[in-house]
Design a protein around this ligand. Structure first.
Ligand SMILES: Cc1ncc(COP(=O)(O)O)c(C=O)c1O
Length: 383
């Protein structure tokens, strides 16, 4: 047989999936690996989807999304993100935040172009680069996981087309402070680059910080692609719905790619998303408090156990170093799964600067978190 795709073969199978394979057949495993919230999808969202199905909304949806949903998103963007956009020019509904990222890559890059990201960072940014023939340049973060502006500047070449940011961040838990965002934006404007901003965790932000969407800043709308999704806010990762916001020219290009690769998104599910956007966002207050409590609990316990750990400012991840235990992140995650049946993700999958780290997701019930931390304690005290 002839050779298959080099670009796709080069991407490793998800290490998170491999971890789940290790856990297979074991009923005692506590997973701190999963990147989805643990609360129930709100009832109006589920009903919106069911009602649409009952009305036989089972045919192709309009390519860019149902107009009522796009209009709701236009409202949300102005109210929550201070982004001025037009629903019929600047917004498109996507198959989750994941496809929004793919569309961002498909619309602005040519093979050989370069993209700068802070590292560690969300794993899809690296492999989408591979699929599109783009060089993804990793600029190592500062020790507190904030972006290192000098390293970002030094990563820029004449081939650089864009910088991608994700705040609040998976896996580090960093959330950009306004001054950090302004410094980044200055670099982007000075170098005439595009900015891709992944904001899927915008509601999971702590320590009094506020999320600012770069597309709302002066002079940034035209050069910014905003990626977002219903997945994390509404605990609806299985709905597979997200959206992109960008200039009309970029959205027009995305529409072509979208049309010929996926022909739209789930039609009935979009009615669930409409109901989600109609909800009073206060529904999230209780959930936020619970996540904040878990964040502080895990941070304190890790510190007590001797991990070097940065206090996370956003999302629902924490990324401690395993250096104090003389282990790489890969070794740590493998051994703790074998010894204590706890699943944590090795840092190595998030880029080349995090081999000595692990990622812990605290999006799991407090009782389980407590049990998991007790098991981690037993593990690290055993040597
Ligand atoms: C930073 C980031 N962006 C995008 C996604 C993908 O979101 P979705 O499930 O909506 O495709 C994830 C999922 O974990 C994520 O962590």
């Amino acid at each position: 047989m002839k050779e298959m795709s080099h670009r796709v073969s080069k991407a490793p199978k998800s290490a998170i999936r491999e971890l789940f394979d290790l856990a297979l057949g074991r009923s005692d495993v506590i997973s701190l690996g999963i990147g989805q919230p643990d609360f129930q999808t709100p009832e109006p969202v589920i009903q919106g989807n069911i009602n649409a199905l009952k009305k036989n909304i089972t045919m192709y949806a309009p390519t860019r999304g149902v107009p009522e949903l796009l209009q709701q998103l236009e409202n949300k963007l102005i109210k929550v993100n201070k982004i001025k956009s037009k629903w019929n020019e600047n917004i498109m509904v996507t198959n989750g935040g994941s496809q929004a990222i793919t569309l961002a890559y498909a619309s602005i890059f040519n093979p050989g172009d370069e993209l700068v990201i802070c590292s560690p960072n969300f794993v899809s940014y690296l492999y989408c680069g591979l699929f599109f023939g783009i060089k993804v340049v990793e600029a190592e973060r500062n020790e507190d996981f904030s972006p290192n502006i000098e390293k970002i500047k030094n990563s820029i070449t004449d081939k650089t087309k864009a910088v991608l940011i994700n705040s609040p961040n998976n896996p580090t838990g960093h959330a950009l402070r306004l001054n950090e965002l302004h410094e980044l934006v200055d670099v982007i404007i000075e170098n005439d680059l595009y900015l891709i901003t992944d904001e899927v965790y915008e509601n999971y932000i702590y320590e009094g910080l506020k999320h600012t969407s770069p597309a709302s800043l002066n002079g940034m709308f035209e050069r910014t692609i905003t990626v977002n999704a219903m997945s994390k806010l509404f605990s609806a990762t299985g709905f597979r719905l997200g959206y992109v916001v960008a200039s009309k020219e970029i959205i027009d290009l995305m529409e072509k790619f979208h049309q010929y690769t996926v022909a739209g998104t789930n039609h009935a599910a979009q009615y669930g998303f409409i109901e989600a956007l109609k909800m009073d966002t206060k529904f999230f207050d209780k959930i936020w408090k619970s996540f904040d409590k878990r964040r502080l609990f895990v941070y304190d316990r890790l510190q007590e156990l001797g991990f070097e750990t940065v206090k996370p400012l956003g999302a629902f991840y924490i990324m401690p170093s395993t250096k104090n235990f003389n282990m790489t992140g890969d070794e740590f995650s493998r051994e703790i799964m074998k010894e204590q049946a706890v699943a944590v993700v090795p840092g190595s999958i998030f880029g080349k600067f995090s081999n000595h780290m692990i990622r812990i997701s605290y999006a799991t019930k407090m009782e389980k978190l407590k049990e998991a931390m007790d098991r981690i304690e037993k593990f690290v005290k055993s040597f």
